[in-house]
Design a protein around this ligand. Structure first.
Ligand code: UD1
Length: 432
């Protein structure tokens, strides 16, 4: 297995370039299954989740090839409408194949994703929504078997409650090649969904209401394969803003380039400015000036443009450096706190009650061996390692490799002492 070894106390300086969005890339790859032709997606990050999803696509008959920083997806031969458990359990977004294959083939057999590292993540809206559009849905041996008796969903109306990124995408994938009109109410307006809708439109889908809570789509007989460019990763941007605020030199700006700051949402930016950090926003970059002292700012996660749940673990580390007490409340995933016991091994003073963690800032963290439990939890451990005294070993970084491209390379170019090492998790402890 691999781990990251971080010697804390080296300041972050200079410029960091933001990679392309992982989450948006996955939905764009699913859309590429719909047309009979070759889609070129520019700016697809080199990440484990992209590799996993490429395998999912290949199983259906698509040819997926990396071309420089993008992907070429030839969906001409898609004909085996299945996504197996072995891959879906590794990455939940593989469930997008349900909508994509229903759209393309009129039937699909896709494994249910099962549990998630931080608790239940239901797919009821995906299933109820597709049924409302006329798909026949059965559950067989852990698989969802979906069919549309006359080829393509008939269409209909469905209200998502709560609003869901994944369910919005799945319903649009199926409806775009449906036989009638579909109306999705309380649709997700996350930037990733907007970019996905823009790709569908460019492919010839008849969509109205992109970026609003009500999306209407009129099914068409076929979509065309196109060239499309992905957007920057908003969660990586937020992560590096936090990194700059806590590990930069007070008063010395850190530049984050190739970004799309609008995609972060108002609430994150507002909370970030309240911490006292300088935050100058231009079209494609953010310049963060680390403050002398960090104000304790409580946050609550919410759907876009609320504070992203994917940034709450990192915010907890920022609060560890603050001059007082504050809370992090997760309204989207109420159990998402697996990182807290690991951060406690580094000296974080915090306690979790229900969906809220109270963080007592101001005590110096110190290095230790800790373990990644999920993607965002693992990057919070890296952030903590950067400001801890001594050396931190972050194990099981296969979680981190799902979503942060070249993390240790980027950080070490900016002065952080971080390296990747092999280790044997089951080796006996060394005796002195
Ligand atoms: C996406 C992101 C993930 C992020 C999450 C919330 C991708 C690949 N993943 O996940 O990184 O953390 O949005 O911003 O883009 N829900 C139901 N029933 C359902 C579906 C969802 O109750 O059938 C609930 C969830 O439990 C959650 C809320 O809806 O409370 C939002 O989840 P959703 O937007 O669906 O998240 P994902 O698309 O899975």
């Amino acid at each position: 297995m691999e781990k990251l070894v971080i010697k804390g106390g080296h300041p972050l300086r200079g410029t960091l370039a933001i990679s392309a969005s992982k989450n948006a890339a996955l939905s764009l790859m699913a859309a590429a299954v719909l047309p009979q032709g070759v889609t070129h997606l520019a700016r697809i990050p080199k990440l484990r989740d992209i590799t996993t999803f490429s395998h999912v696509l290949r199983i259906t008959g698509a040819a997926v090839t990396r071309k420089d920083t993008g992907l070429q997806i030839d969906a001409t031969r898609v004909g085996f409408p299945e996504a197996p458990y072995e891959l879906v359990k590794k990455m939940r977004a593989s469930f997008y194949m349900l909508g994509a294959l229903l759209g393309r083939c009129g039937r699909a057999r896709v494994s249910l994703p099962g549990g998630c590292a931080w608790g239940p993540r239901p797919v009821n809206l995906h299933l109820e929504g597709l049924a409302a559009l006329g798909a026949q849905i059965d559950l067989e041996e852990g698989y969802v078997v979906a069919q549309t008796p006359r080829g393509g969903v008939s269409g209909g109306s469905y209200r998502l409650e709560p609003s869901s990124v994944g369910a919005t995408i799945n319903l649009l994938l199926a409806a775009s090649l449906g036989r009638g009109g579909t109306r999705i109410e309380n649709a997700a307006i996350e930037p990733d969904v907007v970019v996905f809708c823009e790709m569908l439109s460019a492919m010839g889908a008849r969509l109205a209401g992109i970026g609003t809570r009500t999306i209407e789509i009129e099914g068409v007989q076929e979509l065309k394969a196109i060239n499309f460019s992905n957007c920057p990763d908003r969660i990586e941007l937020g992560t590096f803003m936090i990194a700059a605020a806590i590990a930069g030199v007070p008063g010395q700006p850190v530049r984050l380039t190739h970004a799309h700051p609008d995609h972060l949402g108002e609430q994150f930016i507002a909370a970030f400015k309240e911490t006292g950090a300088g935050c100058a926003i231009a079209d494609n970059e953010v310049i963060v000036t680390p403050p002398e002292s960090i104000n304790p700012v409580s946050i609550e996660t919410a759907i876009y443009p609320g504070f992203p749940t994917d940034l709450q673990a990192q915010w907890t580390v920022l609060l560890a450096c603050a001059n007082g007490k504050a809370t992090v409340t997760d309204q989207v995933y109420g159990d998402r706190f697996n990182h807290i016991p690991e951060l406690a091994r580094l000296g974080l003073r915090a306690n979790v009650v229900g969906n809220q963690v109270t963080v007592y800032g101001g005590s110096q963290l110190s290095g230790a061996r800790v373990m990644s439990t999920d993607l965002r939890a693992s990057v919070s451990l890296v952030l903590a390692g950067m400001i801890a005294q001594g050396t931190t070993h972050v194990g099981r970084i296969y979680h981190l490799d799902r979503g942060y491209e070249h993390l240790e390379k980027k950080l070490s170019q900016c002065g952080i002492d971080i390296r990747r090492e092999q280790y044997d998790e089951f080796a006996a402890p060394q005796q002195n």
